[in-house]
Unconditional design. Structure first.
Length: 81
């Protein structure tokens, strides 16, 4: 689990250095959510940490959607013709 956290953090730092903030959030938030769910929900049996981890994972999916929508090129009438 620690390896996934380190690799995810390194990937998010690389994306943030390139200015891809939504993509960095889409990488880092689910990794933090996984750590919160596994450590809090399973190891310590804390339901609040489990649900906080679930919230981070959901926010990561939202950041992934925003990264997709901001990198899409808008379709104009001239490009369609």
């Amino acid at each position: 689990m620690m390896l996934v956290f380190v690799l995810g953090s390194a990937s998010a730092i690389g994306k943030a250095r390139k200015g891809q903030w939504w993509t960095a959030g889409a990488v880092l938030l689910p990794v933090l959510g996984m750590v919160g769910m596994l450590l809090g929900g399973v190891a310590w049996r804390s339901t609040s940490l489990f649900w906080l981890g679930c919230l981070f994972v959901a926010a990561g999916f939202g950041a992934e959607a925003m990264a997709y929508w901001t990198t899409r090129t808008p379709v104009t009438d001239k490009a369609v013709r």
